[in-house]
Design a protein around this ligand. Structure first.
Ligand code: MCN
Ligand code: MOS
Length: 764
């Protein structure tokens, strides 16, 4: 290698490793070799095993629990019931609102959903606990349950006023519009179905609690545990270095978490509790089932005059979940008149929860199907339809978009897909006995923002450590934070180690709403900048520094070596400089909070979601955008639908790592294909049970279901959305895929399916 080649290689790797480079996952080797230890893999001395017993009815009372057989079974340490489990305090919710009830019992006497935990067995081994749990005899006084939204007893539900969005006179304008479409769109109950199940290991040492649990929110969950057990927040340590997928389901401490931590305290032994697969379908909520009616009135040229939208989502009898169905409806298209309202209906289910793009995902299914129906009604191209109704500003907030590259997304996607070759009429494209359909739909997700904190340490050997209690569940946090620190400090990535997933590190809010990358790159950028300033400051001013005599006003670090920018004077490695300075470390804690933030506000910022910054704060409305182009092939005889091609163009602003962003987008698209064609929680009408609560019967896409997926980035840096110009990536691409597929199926077959999933019997 010549010196020239070496310089070249160094600058290539610097590009790869800088923010915006396609660096491969730095946690990849540890995961592939098994060196990465997941929460349940901790080997602890004296570990006992807990198994929960779920209710076999969906509504009623536990009239008795006969624990005698279980208690005398081999290896059993204790059988917990509502009568015998220790009392816990009621904990505040994720907004920080105090619990309405002073005490909390994670085992139910009043049953409000099938599978609800009513008892638990703790034994020496997992097998003994499973065997004994089967011996617990629970009797019930059952009452009729409301099994789902289609239940005759469900009613219209409760209006959620905060969801109402209105301007103009939507009803009147719809009634007067020359062209009208109005239809109802349904999505079923869906589940996050992460590969790694939910569960935890809990260990008490005196009043100190350590929890190893896969978690999207260490500090939020630590708050809940601390409140349940009445110990200081600092006494609770959550450890979650690796997570086998969460998709929204792992942000909260749940009833089974409380059972394990209580059992550990009562037995004075560490306790492990891992939910089995069926319990993963009933112990926490998936995406709520939804119903929407979308009415669009337009003039003869296709210009929208009015949108009237009504939505319903299911929630629990004993808990509230609102799935905001008007979120995309209210911003995607320009309309002078608009009305959106939403009710929730209580059914006997565990309280539904967040699943990748809660709200935006089902919302887009409604509006992006309806706009396709309007295009068909008018004989217009559905892409043209979207362009003539393009919203030049946020129609709801009435603010300018921070950036909106959606027109560019439509153009780039259409070009790459070959949209111009589409023939307009349904059933007009075929290949033998396969009907071919081409569909388009748009998607969007708000830029959720928050304040973040990180610690960056420069050590004596020149290595750099980044610490944060934020997490990586597969999105790439380890990698992009290593890139951010490496670029800011001017060191190679191999010199940086990122430590995440321990609540004793610098605090972090929830990893949800696709906000973590923006928040944490900003915090690491700030902390690393402070560490660098300190290093350079010492190098310039410390009498022991070889740079002191230079009288320069700055120094530059490149590839881990420090020198004057003009190349005069010495050049040292960071390790050499640290040794000259006699320092074993330089440490900076950077956060993006205003300087006058009080300790209470800090605590609330990291342990609740009450301090999130609205995406329409100030002058701008901030969102990611995307356009999906989909080809389906429908077998004319059998009605089977295959997605054969997807081209998506996406605007997530600046990408911190395009390789990882593309992988996130593809993951979202794949999940959307599952939603469109396969996924559906089926509820038994007699006892409200999830019939297909396992990975054989709850259908998820496999490799054979997934075609070639092309993603195109059309984003530009958005200075209003984050410190480094990026917008959200993780949830964006699942928004709009299901309607793009439904629209393609309509184009292929002439049959409009408004009820997900699109299964073959709906095409007959
Ligand atoms: N990224 C980027 N450029 C940007 C923004 C992000 O390159 N401008 C890349 C980075 O690799 C970053 C990743 O995309 O690590 C996701 O960043 P972001 O959009 O900020 O999302 P979060 O880090 O907050 O991750 C949460 C998000 C959510 S809310 C769900 S749900 C979801 C998702 O991420 N669950 C996932 N993606 C998932 N991916 C995996 N493998 N597993 C899950 O459970
Ligand atoms: Mo994601 S559903 O906001 O964790």
């Amino acid at each position: 290698m010549t010196v020239h080649d070496m310089k070249h290689a160094a600058s290539d790797s610097a590009r790869l490793e800088a923010v915006g480079g396609r660096l491969s996952r730095v946690d990849g080797p540890a995961k592939i070799t098994g060196a990465a230890h997941y929460a349940f893999e901790q080997q602890l001395e004296g570990l006992a095993h807990a198994v929960v017993v779920g209710a076999t009815i969906a509504a009623g009372k536990v009239s008795g629990i006969d624990t005698r057989a279980a208690e005398t079974a081999p290896g059993v340490l204790t059988v917990l019931t509502p009568d015998t489990i220790m009392k816990l305090n009621g904990a505040s919710d994720w907004f920080g609102n105090p619990s309405p009830r002073p005490t909390y019992c994670p085992l139910a006497r009043e049953v409000t959903y099938s599978g609800q935990h009513v008892a638990a067995v703790v034994a020496e081994t997992f097998e003994q606990a499973v065997a004994a749990a089967a011996l617990v005899k629970v009797s019930y006084d059952e009452i009729p349950a409301i099994v789902d939204l289609s239940d005759g007893k469900a009613g219209d539900g409760i209006p959620i006023e905060a969801m109402t969005k209105e301007w103009g006179d939507a009803q009147a304008a719809f009634a007067e519009a020359p062209v009208r479409v109005c239809a109802a769109y349904n999505t079923p109950r869906e589940f996050q179905a992460a590969m790694e199940p939910h569960g935890l290991i809990a260990r008490w040492e005196g009043e100190e609690l350590t929890i190893w649990e896969p978690s999207q929110w260490l500090d939020g969950m630590a708050r809940t545990y601390a409140e349940w057990f009445g110990v200081p927040f600092e006494n609770v340590r959550l450890v979650s270095p690796y997570i086998g997928g969460g998709f929204g389901s792992k942000a909260l401490a749940l009833a089974h978490s409380a059972v394990a931590a209580a059992a550990a305290k009562m037995l004075k032994r560490p306790v492990k509790l891992v939910l089995n697969r069926p319990q993963n379908f009933t112990s926490y909520g998936g995406r709520a089932a939804t119903r929407q009616t979308v009415a669009i009135g337009a003039d003869k040229d296709g210009r929208i005059q009015s949108i009237v939208h009504r939505g319903i989502n299911e929630t629990a009898v004993d808990g509230m979940w609102v799935e905001p169905l008007g979120s995309v409806t209210s911003i995607m298209y320009a309309t002078p008149n608009f009305s959106s309202k939403q009710n929730v209906v209580r059914v006997n289910t565990v309280v539904p929860g967040a699943k990748r793009a809660p709200g935006e995902n089902p919302s887009a299914f409604g509006i992006e199907s309806a706009i396709d129906e309007l295009a068909h009604e008018l004989g217009m191209d559905p892409l043209e339809m979207r362009l003539i109704n393009y919203a030049e500003q946020d129609p709801h907030a009435k603010k300018a978009w921070s950036t909106r590259q959606l027109r560019e997304a439509f153009a780039a996607g259409a070009e790459a897909f070959g949209w111009a070759k589409r023939s307009r009429e349904p059933r007009s494209m075929r290949d033998g006995h396969q009907l071919i359909g081409w569909g388009v739909a748009a998607g969007t997700y708000p830029v959720r923002r928050a304040h973040g904190e990180a610690v960056v340490k420069i050590l004596a050997d020149g290595s750099v450590v980044v610490e944060s209690s934020s997490i990586d569940m597969g999105q790439g946090t380890y990698t992009i934070l290593a890139q951010t620190a490496a670029e800011t400090l001017g060191v190679p990535v191999s010199q940086v180690s990122v430590k995440l997933g321990d609540s004793h590190f610098a605090r972090a809010g929830v990893t949800g709403g696709s906000r973590l990358a923006g928040v944490m790159t900003g915090a690491v950028y700030k902390a690393a900048g402070q560490a660098l300033d300190e290093l350079v400051g010492l190098a310039l001013s410390d009498p022991r520094s070889p740079f002191q005599k230079l009288q320069a006003n700055t120094l530059q670090v490149r590839d881990g070596r420090i020198a004057s920018p003009r190349g005069e004077g010495p050049e040292l490695s960071i390790a050499e400089l640290m040794s000259a300075l006699g320092r074993d470390r330089i440490e900076a804690k950077g956060d993006t909070l205003p300087a006058n933030t009080t300790p209470q506000e800090r605590y609330a910022n990291y342990t609740t979601i009450a301090k999130s910054i609205p995406h329409t704060e100030g002058e701008w409305s901030r969102h990611s955008w995307c356009a999906h182009f989909v080809e389906v092939r429908v077998d004319e005889d059998f009605g089977t639908v295959r997605v054969s091609r997807v081209v998506s163009a996406l605007d997530s602003g600046r990408l911190y790592n395009p390789k990882l962003a593309e992988s996130q987008w593809k993951g979202g698209i794949i999940m959307g294909i599952g939603q469109a064609l396969l996924e559906e929680g089926i509820v038994d009408r007699r006892h409200g049970r999830i019939v297909n609560g396992n990975l054989a019967d709850y259908m998820l896409p496999t490799n054979a279901d997934i075609p070639d997926i092309q993603t195109i980035s059309v984003g530009i840096p958005d200075p209003h959305s984050s410190a480094l110009g990026g917008k959200g990536v993780g949830e964006l691409a699942i928004v709009g895929i299901a309607p793009a597929i439904a629209n393609a199926v309509f184009h292929a077959t002439g049959k409009r399916v408004r009820d997900l999933p699109i299964t073959l019997e709906k095409l007959i």
